[in-house]
Write a protein that binds this ligand. Structure first.
Ligand SMILES: Cc1cc2nc3c(=O)[nH]c(=O)nc-3n(C[C@H](O)[C@H](O)[C@H](O)COP(=O)(O)OP(=O)(O)OC[C@H]3O[C@@H](n4cnc5c(N)ncnc54)[C@H](O)[C@@H]3O)c2cc1C
Length: 498
């Protein structure tokens, strides 16, 4: 439900329609490829107020709100922003989202809230994503860096959260708000999940993620880092330690391999390793990358294999590492690419090239075992496959060779099976995703909940946030049921024997 009824508009709809579309201010591509900083230029308060006044306030439920996976009350936020009531707008976003400073930066708004905006069909969408970012950044500045997470009255219950990605962090935030004690166990040396160890800085600078983690620490959430559940201790160990419920938000972080000859050559690398070594400060690298030779991409030829947003991130990272030539090879045509158009546009603006309908069939090395070229084959499209996209078919005799010093494999992610294999009675699908009730995150094990990429497979930050929040509500109900059952048991124990 919208908080602000659409009848109480400060200016009428006709006047709103006269305010022109705001093309988001971006740094010049020539300038932005010189560093890993954010490419957006923040809005001024005047720009924000004018842009928010473009919202025509559709009847409740507004399509933008419906399209947002956490159902942010966008029309009411627009109403507050146009009047300069920025802190109230920020507070409104925080009611429905556990990390609006992050979602406002990385959500594919054009297919979520802004895709639902009725103005997008006429003169261009209201820039709701950038407005959300404006108010929550404003709030953090005004509050001196820390945004208070309201903490509920202590319940005496304690919950373990496994994985400090957006699903786990959101679940923890919501559990603290309900007064439960929360400890997050995280395998890596820093919290954030793919927000830190995946999404590059030019889309989401790490300080934004760490600031939100600091908010949670200040609210009493405990973090146990460098601890992999299923290896260092099990889910059963957590219950034995006294946790009464567990949320699993371990993501789906295993890079899909490419089974072609030469995939073990030096210079052939999974996307995750490449993005971490290029974008993450070495002091928080996972153990496996420590001590590796520096990533020397300057002046080199880089081929990125894949068609998703991760591929675009690797292309844009390569440009910033000063590669001489950066090419994406994708086996279908551009129309079938799963990645967003916006990221592709930015990659092109920054100098990346695309070779569609092209599939690597062999990585060719020199006598030192280093990659020197990639043998590819041209493809044509056949009938649609089970994904609904037209199946790529190799064209016989179309093989050709491209020179390359690095090949980055961005062809998808699989779940890690460790938790499934070490947790008795936890049902998983045969490829490792955890079976859950999508409404509650309940798993086949009482007291164990899961959500985010670990349950759905690779998806979005905002869907992981939504899943973490839904699971926190369900865990709260579960803990209340436990309390009630324990109360009844002790009451029964006090009854005289019949
Ligand atoms: C390169 C890249 C770019 C992306 N860009 C975008 C984007 O622009 N917009 C968008 O919306 N989405 C994007 N995504 C997708 C988004 O990052 C994920 O959907 C989201 O992070 C999933 O959140 P999660 O909490 O489920 O998992 P994750 O973010 O993967 O977090 C899981 C956490 O669990 C930890 N963990 C794993 N196993 C264990 C264990 N056994 N014990 C303890 N801890 C464990 C991991 O170390 C990790 O910290 C991108 C993904 C990638 C790879």
């Amino acid at each position: 439900m919208q908080k602000v009824p659409s009848e109480t508009l400060p200016i009428d709809r006709k006047e709103r329609l006269t305010i022109p579309y705001l093309d988001l201010p971006l740094r010049d591509p020539k300038e932005r490829i010189c560093d890993f900083d954010d490419i957006h230029i923040p809005l001024t308060p005047e720009e924000a107020q004018r842009e928010a006044a473009r919202c025509i306030h559709c009847p409740d439920p507004a399509p933008c709100m419906e399209a947002c996976p956490v159902h942010n009350d966008i029309p009411s936020a627009m109403w507050l922003i146009e009047q300069g009531r920025f802190l109230e707008a920020a507070a409104l976003y925080r009611e429905t989202s556990s990390m609006p400073e992050i979602c406002s930066r990385v959500c594919p708004h054009e297919v979520l809230c802004q895709g639902g905006c009725v103005r997008s069909a006429y003169d261009g969408t209201v820039q709701t994503g950038m407005l959300e970012r404006f108010v929550v950044d404003y709030e953090r500045r005004v509050k001196g860096g820390l945004v208070e997470v309201p903490v509920g009255k202590p319940t005496g219950h304690s919950v373990a959260v496994v994985g400090a990605g957006p699903a786990g962090l959101s679940c923890a935030e919501q559990l603290r708000q309900r007064g439960h004690d929360v400890t997050i166990f995280e395998a890596k040396p820093a919290a954030g999940g793919l927000l830190v160890y995946g999404i590059p800085n030019f889309k989401l600078t790490k300080d934004v993620v760490f600031a939100r983690v600091d908010d949670l620490k200040a609210a009493g959430v405990k973090f146990v880092l460098n601890t992999k559940i299923g290896k260092d201790k099990t889910i059963d160990d957590l219950f034995a330690e006294g946790f009464e419920a567990v949320f699993i938000g371990v993501g789906a972080n295993v890079d899909a391999p490419m089974k072609v000859p030469g995939n073990d050559l030096k210079g052939v690398m999974p996307a995750t390793e490449y993005l971490v070594r290029a974008n993450v400060p070495p002091d928080i690298w996972p153990e496996e990358y420590r001590g590796k030779e520096p990533l020397e991409v300057e002046g080199k030829k880089v081929i990125v294999v894949g068609g998703g947003d991760t591929a675009a991130d690797c292309l844009r990272t390569s440009v910033r590492l000063k590669a001489a030539k950066v090419t994406c090879v994708y086996r279908r045509s551009e129309a079938e690419m799963p990645g967003g158009e916006k990221d592709r546009k930015w990659a092109r603006e920054e100098g990346a090239e695309y070779q569609f309908l092209t599939q690597p069939v062999e990585f060719i090395g020199d006598d030192q075992g280093r990659l020197k070229a990639v043998k590819c084959v041209r493809m044509k499209l056949g009938e649609p496959d089970e994904s609904g996209r037209r199946r790529p078919i190799p064209i016989e005799g179309s093989e050709f060779v491209m020179e390359a010093d690095f090949v980055i494999l961005a062809i998808g992610y699989w779940p890690d099976e460790t938790i499934g294999k070490t947790t008795p009675n936890l049902k998983t699908y045969k490829w490792g995703l955890i079976v859950t009730d999508p409404e509650t995150g309940e798993t086949s094990r009482p007291g164990v909940y899961a959500g985010g990429d670990a349950a759905t497979g690779p998806d979005l930050v905002v869907t992981a946030v939504a899943a973490g929040r839904r699971a926190a509500a369900a865990i709260h109900e579960y803990l209340l049921r436990l309390e009630k059952a324990e109360g009844e048991q002790s009451e029964n124990a006090l009854q005289p024997a019949p």
